[in-house]
Ligand binder design. Structure first.
Ligand code: GLY
Length: 340
């Protein structure tokens, strides 16, 4: 009887802690939803190190009173340069055996945003998204136009071969073998768990209480040539508003676009006064999970309260609190490292 009561109390306290916003957060990142097949035990330390490097890059900006916009760009660039994550260097392959990447960035104080989609030669798509935001009248540039724009802006251009990795190539071969290709392109749910979803993202809060969000991805393995997911769509995969939250999402992009997930989370905070955990869970657990759609999000409000919500086995992720402590996770186990 006693052990039963202890068990119930334990579960209760776990669920309370699991569903409380995390306070005093200035920076958070995610590396996309994942399972133990994608990230086996022996890969976990490398993923933790990759997440830590990203937090270090973002924290270096915030520590020197830099902007949240600079911080999220730095954090995402680090993940894009790491072949472990499905963005930039580690982008997955399309059905044509190529890499097409999407990214977006948004500033909460000005509500300015920029994005690129289906780019193939930009080393860091997140920096191209930022350039669209700051150097054009537009929000979203795609394909060749985006690649050319990035080149004209002096951003680093690489050969499409740069994005080749054995791991992603093998993953694509495996996915092709598993899938019935004719049904795959008309059924987004068929992507669940047969295809990598490891989009990356970051949210940050700066010394001026300004929020920013950034998201970058190679999309879904074996996606159609020209397919664009939620990551470059403001209001779907990315959103930032100083009145509500900075939000970055990961998951099956088609659903995040159709449900306007990031914007909806912001609206729940704004109009229903939900906290970050309630708002994130409403979309990820109550809306997507019952439909068997895998996804996750990180949500940071202007007071520094953070929520992670995901309905997959894991969401590799990390956050930094004001005192410079980094908290890192691949699955449930927490790793704590000091950044100072
Ligand atoms: N969430 C990434 C994608 O669907 O492309």
């Amino acid at each position: 009887m006693k052990s039963l009561i202890l068990l119930i109390l334990g579960l209760l306290s776990f669920s309370i802690f699991a569903h409380s916003p995390i306070p005093n957060v200035i920076l958070a990142i995610h590396g996309g939803t994942a399972d133990t097949e994608e990230i086996p035990k022996n890969l976990e330390p490398e993923v933790i190190d990759g997440l830590f490097e990203s937090l270090k890059a973002g924290y270096a900006v915030l520590k020197t009173k830099g902007s949240s916009l600079d911080a999220v760009e730095a954090a995402v660039k680090s993940l894009e340069d790491n072949p472990l994550f499905n963005a930039g260097k580690g982008a997955v392959f399309t059905s044509q055996g190529k890499n097409e990447m999407d990214a977006s960035i948004m500033e909460g104080s000005t509500k300015k945003a920029g994005a690129v989609a289906s780019v193939t030669q930009i080393k860091n798509p997140i920096s191209a998204a930022r350039a669209v935001m700051e150097k054009t009248r537009h929000v979203l540039l795609v394909g060749d136009g985006a690649d050319q724009f990035a080149k004209a802006q002096g951003l680093k251009i690489v050969s499409p071969k740069y994005f080749y990795t054995d791991r992603r190539w093998k993953e694509w071969q495996k996915s092709k073998a598993k899938q019935n290709r004719s049904s795959q392109n008309s059924s987004p749910t068929a992507w669940n768990r047969h295809f990598s979803l490891g989009t990356v993202g970051s949210v940050a809060l700066d010394i001026k209480n300004g929020l920013a969000a950034a998201t970058s991805t190679g999309g879904l393995t074996d996606k159609m040539h020209g397919r664009v997911g939620d990551s470059p769509i403001i209001g779907a995969g990315t959103f930032a508003d100083n009145e509500t939250a900075a939000i970055s999402c990961t998951g099956v992009g088609e659903y995040f676009i159709r449900y306007g997930i990031a914007r909806e989370i912001s609206s729940l905070i704004k109009y229903k006064q939900l906290n970050v955990v309630q708002a994130a869970d409403t979309l990820i657990q109550n809306t997507l999970k019952p439909q068997n759609v895998e996804g996750g999000t990180i949500v940071l409000d202007p007071k520094g309260y953070l929520a992670f919500s995901y309905n997959a086995e894991g969401l590799p992720r990390g956050y930094v609190t004001q005192d410079g402590t980094a908290h890192l996770f691949v699955f449930d186990k927490e790793v704590v490292r000091l950044l100072k």
